[in-house]
Design a binder for this molecule. Structure first.
Ligand code: IMP
Length: 202
């Protein structure tokens, strides 16, 4: 596969992960910054999938190029799945990544059940009528204190099952190999292969 996709995100960490995960699969990713496109679509969806679609569609309408977007977040069992789709906005305005992490740890202070997972919904708008969607997950536990400086967001407090390290203590490649975004993007690559194969045979 030799294809080029616009990545509909302003998050430099996500762009980096998209490039590292999809590059070896034959998909070149170009960021909004590289294309000098400004787009901040309002996330009005009720699910990760709906928000990923909103973001991908908004950028596709601006550039008419195949576009891929992610909507993701951390879902905590003891909090009935919160922050979920509100992960980037947890606590409201005035919080940065570190503040949101602290707030989550505070809200989890008395909880023994630390189970949590990340979800990533990927939406790929190929043309006016063709949309591919996938989801990926990684399951684990919340720590009691932040550990590590790699990654972004809630990585310092997320301990994936079966690893003795938070995703912020892992190297990028190790995180991508097991992450929600890695799993969803590898699923997308499979769907794209099938789609282009079927298209070539028509
Ligand atoms: P989005 O840009 O609306 O999809 O927001 C996703 C939010 O979920 C981010 O701002 C992070 O807080 C959190 N998040 C998503 N993926 C990750 C990850 O891989 N590591 C840590 N936090 C993440």
């Amino acid at each position: 596969m030799n294809r080029k996709f616009v990545v509909a995100t302003n998050n430099a960490h996500k762009v980096e992960e998209f490039k590292k995960i999809l590059g070896p699969l034959g998909i070149e990713c170009v960021s909004l910054k590289e294309l000098r496109i400004e787009c901040e679509a309002e996330e009005t969806g009720a699910t990760f999938g709906e928000n990923a679609y909103i973001k991908a569609r908004a950028v596709y309408e601006l550039c008419k190029l195949p576009t891929v977007a992610d909507d993701s977040g951390i879902c905590v069992d003891a909090l009935d799945g919160a922050p979920g789709i509100y992960s980037a906005r947890y606590g409201g305005e005035g919080y940065d990544d570190a503040g949101r992490m602290e707030l989550l740890l505070k809200n989890m202070e008395r909880q023994q059940n630390r189970a949590a997972h990340f979800t990533s919904a990927i939406c790929c708008v190929l043309d006016e009528n063709t949309v591919l969607q996938t989801e990926g997950y990684v399951y684990g536990q919340l720590t009691r204190e932040p550990r590590g400086t790699n990654g972004f967001g809630y990585d310092p407090i997320f301990l994936p099952d079966g690893y003795g390290k938070t995703t912020a203590e892992m190297e990028g490649e190790a995180k991508n190999a097991i992450s929600h975004r890695g799993n969803a993007l590898r699923e997308l690559a499979k769907k794209l292969k099938e789609y282009y194969h079927a298209d070539a045979n028509q």
